[in-house]
Write a protein that binds this ligand. Structure first.
Ligand code: F6R
Length: 609
């Protein structure tokens, strides 16, 4: 969703702001803007569209010149994408950018209109700018005015603020929406996420809920909502600049698909001791697992799909019941969650609003919570009782690939440890599974190499389809869900995943020669049954792409394409089979000429409900 940056230092501020915003493009946006102190006056440039549109506009109207300012990429919530609705917004002497949603903006707007304030845009952000200016008028002190304004605001916000009376000073504040303060030498930054500043500095402060930062060229001060100074712990990002660059790949998505073998290794290896899973550093011990009666996995999108694979594996190995919930449904269905339950929240960003709300609900009801999160220091990571970081590194492409892969690997590790703790598998079996999990790193690399060409070929046959069906049973069905989401979100071809055995109960009526079917059939015990379902769709004219294991006896003429993955421990096959599904989605989107890394309407980090 929206991205915020801010800079104060000695470099050309416009260049820094636009370059930093480029690194936040992955969050999704439809307009962009910056405000820069030009000779002690605040100048604003903003435009609907991409950052290139903003740059083109500045080319014509003049680049903003100065050494301090704020910038923004907007993902429209209140009001359509337009020049006027783009940030920054101003209220007389205050100019600001905002990420989040102000829930009570209508009543605040009415109040401000009664004070003769005039509004140009449809946004909730402009209301904040005027409210802040209103308080600033009264108290004549930026921090006190910010605190007074925060007391009035309901909802989530991260703000970057400049006051016309305080040239070359940038203020920042956050509630719920993430914000970091980058610490450089003779320069300082604010940003929604680390990739924006990594080119300039790796050192940063994580701004906490309701903290206010004041940045000048020579230093940063942080205050709490009572205007008391706060000592911050300096954090250092452990990635290099390459981690946030494309490194020669045409898209982040394909780079990230290729990073999966390493991501698995980095995530799994440190959690293995004497050949067995060891999650003690994550606050998870054998004793703490023994008494778990019911597990809820709650997440959104691909993260939720990783949870569905986890459900099959945990129930199979640990014989513990698992319910998987979509986070936005979980919190409104008054779930029967409480003491003795374990709620697992899976999230790449650690900031997804619905997943965060589910976590808080689970904690309030007395359940133990475990977060599986990729983004270090994110809100979900900090609020859960137990935490397993996935070490995928930054995921920039909106479509999740490597983060999904490592979420799977953690679900496996957790399932093995739980099954051992509950005495459902013995140490020998656990060691076997753990060793196999480690092997997936090399196996995934082989599968990427072996399936690239055929995935390209298959994609070339899919690009004209209007709709697709993914089918499978058991773990293959869990995987089909992810394959289908990946394809639709970046290729814009409608697709659905369906339990193969359920087809005859309605959906098979959709099958024609124009409806390609991707059938996943990797599980031996279900193979014959899925093959029967494939025959049924083939008989009705569907073009079939079948994904199965090498050595499977594939009946003649059953499929137009057969894509085989190496024989491997079947419980772990989803980690291999998701690779061709990712590649098929990727190449289909590329061949359709789509913006693969920033699909339309989507945001990487969904910080509003
Ligand atoms: C799809 C995708 C999304 C995310 C979902 C949850 O490719 O990336 O479906 O998985 O928005 O996001 P996180 O994991 O950040 O909570």
């Amino acid at each position: 969703m929206c991205g915020i940056v801010g800079y104060v230092g000695y470099r050309d501020c416009s260049d820094v702001l636009v370059s930093a915003l480029t690194k936040l493009e992955y969050r999704g946006y439809d307009s962009a803007g910056i405000a820069v102190f030009e000779n002690d006056k605040i100048a604003v440039a903003k435009s609907k569209g991409k950052l290139q549109d903003l740059k083109d506009k500045m080319e014509i109207e003049g680049k903003l010149q100065g050494f301090a300012g704020i910038g923004h990429t907007r993902w429209a919530t209140h009001g359509e994408p337009s020049d006027i609705n783009s940030h920054p917004h101003s209220g007389k002497r205050v100019t600001l950018v905002h990420n989040g949603i102000i829930e009570n903006y209508t009543e605040l707007k009415d109040f401000l209109i009664s004070k003769k304030r005039e509004f140009l845009s449809d946004t909730d952000t402009e209301v904040v700018a005027h409210l802040l200016d209103y308080y600033y008028n009264k108290v004549q002190d930026p921090i006190t005015a910010i605190i007074d304004t925060m007391q009035e605001l309901k909802g989530s916000f991260a703000l970057g603020i400049v006051f016309a009376d305080y040239p070359n000073v940038v203020y920042a504040v956050r509630r719920e929406s993430p914000l970091i303060v980058g610490i450089g030498k003779d320069e300082n930054f604010i940003a929604s996420d680390v990739p924006a500043i990594i080119k300039y500095t790796k050192d940063y402060y994580l701004l906490e809920h309701d903290e206010i930062a004041v940045l000048s060229k020579n230093g940063v001060e942080v205050f709490d909502i009572h205007n008391q100074p706060v000592q911050k712990e300096l954090k250092t990002a452990d990635w290099d600049v390459d981690a946030v660059g494309k490194c020669g790949y045409p898209h982040y998505m394909i780079k990230e698909i290729n990073e999966q073998p390493n991501a698995i290794k980095n995530t799994v290896s440190p959690r293995i001791k004497d050949g067995l899973p060891c999650l003690e550093e994550c606050n998870i011990t054998t004793d703490s697992l023994k008494d778990i009666k019911q597990i809820y996995v709650v997440a959104c999108g691909s993260a939720m799909h990783a949870g569905v694979v986890g459900q099959y594996v945990i129930e199979e190995l640990a014989r513990t019941p698992v319910t998987v919930d979509i986070a936005s449904e979980f919190k409104y269905r008054n779930p029967l969650v409480g003491e003795g339950d374990l709620v697992i929240i899976i999230s790449q960003s650690g900031e997804t609003a619905d997943s965060l709300a589910a976590l808080r609900l689970a904690k309030n009801r007395g359940a133990k919570t475990l977060a599986i999160v990729n983004a270090m220091g994110s809100t979900i990571a900090r609020e859960a009782d137990m935490l397993i970081y996935t070490h995928a590194g930054p995921e920039i492409s909106v479509a999740s690939t490597k983060a999904y892969m490592v979420q799977l690997s953690v679900m496996y590790l957790f399932a093995f440890e739980l099954a051992l703790a509950k005495g459902r598998i013995d140490e020998e079996k656990c060691r076997y599974y753990t060793a196999k999990l480690l092997e997936t790193s090399d196996m995934v690399k082989n599968v990427i190499d072996a399936s690239t060409e055929i995935s390209q070929k298959i994609s070339s046959k899919l690009i004209t389809a209007d709709s697709l069906l993914y089918i499978g049973r058991g773990l293959d069905y869990a995987l089909s869900m992810e394959g289908s989401l990946k394809l639709k979100e970046i290729s814009y071809i409608h697709s659905e995943s369906y339990a193969a055995g359920e087809l005859k109960h309605g959906t098979i009526s959709l099958i024609t020669k124009d409806m390609p079917v991707i059938a996943v059939a990797t599980q031996s015990d279900l193979y014959e049954k899925t093959v029967s379902n494939i025959k049924e769709v083939k008989a009705r004219g569907a073009k079939v792409i079948m994904i199965c294991q090498e050595g499977n006896d594939v009946p003649k003429d059953i499929a137009n394409y057969v894509l085989q993955v190496p024989k491997f421990e079947e419980l772990l096959l989803p980690m291999l089979v998701c690779v061709p599904l990712q590649l098929i989605a990727y190449y289909t989107a590329v061949q359709r000429g789509n913006d693969v890394d920033q699909p339309r309407n989507l945001a990487k980090s969904v910080t509003v409900e």
